[in-house]
Structure formats: C-alpha cells, structure tokens
Design a protein around this ligand. Structure first.
Ligand SMILES: Nc1ncnc2c1ncn2[C@@H]1O[C@H](COP(=O)(O)OP(=O)(O)OP(=O)(O)O)[C@@H](O)[C@H]1O
Length: 557
C-alpha cells in the first residue's frame, strides 16, 4: 500500500522532506510525528524503487571520510555548469561508485570494471559523447540514466563484453543502444554492417528498431551519410537476396535469429565485419529453442575484436556458463536480485480450485472492480487463448487475442489498438511475454501458471514498467500444486508478503525441481468453456455428421 502511494505520487517528490525532518522537534509536535515517520518510510521506499532516479544522487566524501548523499535537481546542476568545460563527471572515484551501486543494489564484477556514470553528461567528459546523440536522448525524455544504463554504457564504451541482468522495464534497451550508436559514430572509417541486435520475437525486434531509429535521428557519419538502421523484415530479406539493396547499406541491423540465418545462408548479408553483437533476452536465445541458431550467428561473426553483450531480466546459471564460455573477460552486471520480479509490481495468487473456477474468478474481478484496463491475460496455449477470447467476448469485454497463428499484420494492428487504448484487454500466449513495452498496463493475469520462474518474471514484467506501479494476479488450481512453487519463491525474493502456508507450500523436493526443469510440472488442462457438456457433445456430433456427409459427396463425385 505504501509502495503504491509513493509510486502513484510520481515525480512530485517533496524536496525539503529531509532537512525539515531534522529541524523538527519530535517530542513537541507529536501529531506531526506520524507524518514524519511516514515521510521517512516513503523516502526509504523511494530510494529502493527509484530505478529511474527522478532525483539526482550525488555523492561526496567529507573530511571524516563519511559518505553523504546530496540531492540536486536537474535544473540546479545545469545552472551551475555554464559551458561544456565545466561539466564534471559526477562519479569520479571508486568510493563514489560503490555508494551509487549500493543505492540501487548493483552488483558488478569482472576485471577492471569501469566507473558507472552518474548522469548522461558524464558521457561528454569521459567519452567525448556525441552531442546530437545526447540531444536525441533528451528530446525523447531521457534525462537521467537508469541504474542498468549507468553501469552498462561505460562498460560497452570501453569495448568490453557484458552480461547484464536488470529488472523488467528498467531500461535495458537503451543500456545497449546508447553505446552502440556512439560506437558506430566513433568508427567513421568502415562502411557496412557493424552492429547486430538479436531478439527472439518479431514484435520485440520491431520495438528495438523504433527505439534505435529515434536515437540515431539526424546523426551523420562520414561524407554526411546518415547512420542507417534496419529491421530485418521479410521484405528487406527478399530485397537483400535479390540484390535490390546492397548489404553494405546498413550500420545496424535488428533481427530475429531465423530470419538472419536465412539471409546469411543465402550469402545476402555479410556478418564478417560486425563489431558489436547484442543478444537481447539472452536466456531465451540460448535455451534449447534458439541455441543452435544463436551459435550459427556467432560463427558467422568472424571479426576477431567482436564485442558481445547479453541482456535479460533473468539469467539462469546455465546461461551464465554459456556467457563465460563465449565471451572475453566479460563484466557481469546485476541490478537488484537475479531471480526476483520488478519490485514495482504488486503480486497476488488466487486459488480457483479447478478450470471452471478460473472463469468465475475473472468474472469476480470484473464485479469487484479489480479488472481495470489495460489488462494482459497470459495462457499456456493457442487453443486455450482462443477459447478464453470467445468466453470473454460473450461477456462483452473489449478484448482481442494474439498468438502465433495470427498473421504479422493482425498482430501489429492489435498491438497498435492496445497501445492507443482502443482495446482494453489483450489475451496472449508467451509470444508477448518478453520485452514488449506497453506503457501503463494496470494488470497482468496469469490465467495459466507459467512454466518456469523466468517465464513468470517476464510475463508480469509487462506491468510496473518505467517506474510505474502495476499488479499481477496468478490463478492456480489443484493441478498446479508443483508449478506454483517457483512462483511463490519469486514472490518471496521480490519482497512480497508471503503467508506461512505459502511459505510451507513453496518448499520443493529434488524430484519436484526435476519435474519443473523438464516441463512436466502440470498435466493436460481441461477445456475452457461455460457451454454444458451435453451441448458440446451435441455440437460435436452435428459437426461430425456434416463432415461425413461432405466426405460421402466427394466420394460419389
Ligand atoms: N533513462 C530513462 N529515463 C526514463 N525512462 C526510460 C529511461 N530508459 C528507458 N526508459 C523507459 O523505460 C521503459 C522500459 O524500458 P525497456 O523496454 O528498455 O525495459 P527493459 O529493461 O528492456 O524491460 P524487459 O526486461 O521487459 O525487456 C521504456 O518505456 C523506456 O522508454
């Protein structure tokens, strides 16, 4: 509740709360006592959740070598710095760096770890950062780096490999895009593809492309050539194959693994000069579905000085091992807890007994006013997503569904409608679970318990993004008694209140761990429907009769 109040208050942080609190006589003004305690509690929560650092934190070491954290507004600091020469990096030494890291629970390890940046202006003095690029950041509303950006940008600009893990919605996309664009600007001499970003889904690739396009707006390289970014779509793939477009045209390409491999195998795109290779949602790209394709991409990038980067909100230990084996002295950056969800999300479990109970639970949420759009509902299969869509349509809920059987155009249109607020409730499979940045999603419902703790973290991460608060509800039934355990553990790690019975329930035997790992934690689910069984049987018989009659006619013909 406190967290919700603090977050919904947004940027209107009371700046004087600190000094005032000190000056107040607690013993005399007893009625204000509670308010002051509240303020202290709030500032504590703010510090922990301020991933977007609306307030600037500057650290200084005083004579007694004690750290003092001083807040300065963006304007104040801008006024004091009259001219480029006077802009000084905010973080200048290891003590300041470690205090900054402590403030956002950053854990950074590796050989020769560079200092983080305290503000985007630090980049000008430390890395001769491009002014147009800085302008593009500010014009898009990015005035202060988020913790993952503070850490990752200097690492990449020092040309180091990086394995980065930060909460969902904490700005990882810009954490790899900002240094990438700067490095392309620095590398004036060579033409052709230098930066490659791999994403597991088309939707996410498209989103990264849009961000990269905005960031490289009006940036020109040698001979006034604009920096060229492309999304490797089906049509661009065909153009490259037919040599309608030359493969040297682009500086940065964003693609899904399969599409990229297709053009590379047809020798329509040369990856041998790629200098920066970024895997977004790295744990997905190195799991069993994609690992071979990711490996093919790595082998096609032959540049000896290839810089590799891996990003995700979840990095399981097997992916860490892969990262260590393919990277050169990587720097490992973890913001927050590796197995936890974003702390801006209020997480809740609802026991529904059985499958019918889930439909009742949704209707109850509607009745109780908890079903506040925009809402995303995740299900485990296409069939189930379609079935729930039909059920909710009957309830006259403004809803649509996205899954792998819908065409790219349909998917794009639905996403647009959802983003514009025309569509209130989006039903989907895990195809939209990762990376997609819908601003202001109020509620995520896991209609089916996700298959792993990682899937859970990504699914619920569609809400509570960019410093906003959000809510996630997970339905479970008797048959989810094992699958729910890792979810309770994530809730614990993320600081949610977990009752004693939940805590007991979360304990896993070796066998249970094994069955979760092998995806055998739950059995086949019953169909989603409110149509009585007798009607369903009648309908099926009718369909069978029609099919049989069609068959007979065909045979006669
Ligand atoms: N420095 C910043 N200041 C303010 N907002 C930012 C900043 N950096 C990123 N954002 C915003 O935060 C939101 C989430 O960013 P992003 O999509 O990169 O998250 P993410 O960490 O990649 O999440 P996920 O793990 O789900 O992929 C976006 O709307 C983005 O525009």
């Amino acid at each position: 509740m406190d967290i919700f109040r603090v977050l919904t208050r947004g940027a209107s942080v009371k700046k004087e709360s600190g000094p005032k609190a000190k000056a107040t006589d607690y013993s005399i003004i007893s009625e204000k006592d509670e308010n002051l305690k509240e303020d202290n509690k709030e500032s504590q929560i703010e510090k922990e959740l301020d991933f977007f650092r609306n307030k600037r934190i500057i650290k200084k070491v005083d004579d007694d070598k004690e750290m003092k954290i001083k807040e300065e507004s963006w304007n104040e600091s801008n006024e004091s710095g009259n001219g480029e020469d006077l802009i000084k990096p905010v973080i200048t030494n290891a003590t300041e760096a470690s205090a900054l890291r402590k403030s956002y629970k950053g854990n950074v390890s590796g050989i020769d770890v560079p200092l983080p940046i305290g503000s985007f202006e630090d980049l000008i003095s430390r890395f001769s950062f491009d002014k147009r690029l800085l302008n593009n950041l500010v014009e898009n509303g990015f005035t202060e780096p988020t913790p993952i950006q503070s850490e990752c940008i200097p690492v990449a600009l020092n040309n180091r490999d990086v394995l980065a893990c930060g909460p969902t919605g904490s700005g990882k996309t810009l954490a790899f895009l900002i240094p990438l664009v700067q490095q392309i600007i620095n590398d004036k001499q060579t033409t052709g593809l230098k930066g490659l970003i791999i994403s597991p889904t088309k939707e996410l690739a498209n989103q990264i492309f849009i961000e990269c396009f905005k960031l490289s707006h009006k940036i020109f390289l040698e001979k006034k050539r604009p920096l060229q970014v492309a999304l490797l779509s089906k049509s661009l793939g065909a153009k490259l194959k037919n040599k309608v477009v030359g493969d040297k045209k682009y500086d940065i390409i964003i693609s899904t693994p399969l599409r990229l491999i297709d053009v590379v195998k047809n020798e329509a795109l040369d990856l041998s000069k790629v200098k920066h290779l970024i895997f977004d949602e790295a744990d997905k790209l190195f799991d069993k579905t994609f690992v071979e394709q990711s490996d093919d991409i790595l082998s096609a990038c032959k540049e000896p000085a290839l810089r590799k980067a891996m990003f995700s909100a979840t990095i399981p230990s097997n992916v860490e091992e892969i990262a260590q084996s393919i990277m050169m002295d990587p720097i490992r950056i973890i913001i927050g807890h590796k197995e936890a969800a974003n702390t801006n999300i209020d997480q809740k479990l609802i026991f529904c007994g059985n499958e019918e109970g889930k439909l009742i639970a949704i209707r109850q949420l509607v009745q109780e006013g908890e079903f506040k759009p925009p809402i995303i509902i995740f299900l485990e299969s296409i069939t189930r997503a379609k079935a729930l869509y039909h059920e909710l349509m009957y309830d006259r809920i403004n809803v649509d569904v996205i899954h792998a059987e819908r065409t790219a155009l349909q998917r794009d249109r639905i996403i647009e409608r959802f983003k514009s607020g025309e569509l209130w409730c989006l039903i989907c499979t895990d195809v939209l679970a990762r990376g997609i940045d819908f601003k202001g999603v109020n509620l995520v419902i896991n209609y089916d318990v996700p298959g792993s703790s990682q899937a859970y973290v990504h699914r619920i991460g569609r809400t509570g993004r960019g410093g906003r608060s959000g809510k996630a509800i997970t339905f479970y039934t008797k048959q989810d008694s094992i699958a729910i355990k890792p979810i309770i553990n994530v809730m614990k790690q993320s600081g949610c209140e977990v009752s004693e019975w939940m805590d007991k329930m979360a304990k896993m035997t070796k066998r249970e761990k094994e069955s979760i790992k092998n995806g055998k934690a739950h059995t086949e689910r019953k169909q989603i429907t409110t149509v009585p069984k007798i009607d369903r049987v009648k309908r099926r018989r009718q369909q069978e009769m029609i099919a049989a009659s069609k068959r007979r006619k065909n045979e006669e013909l």
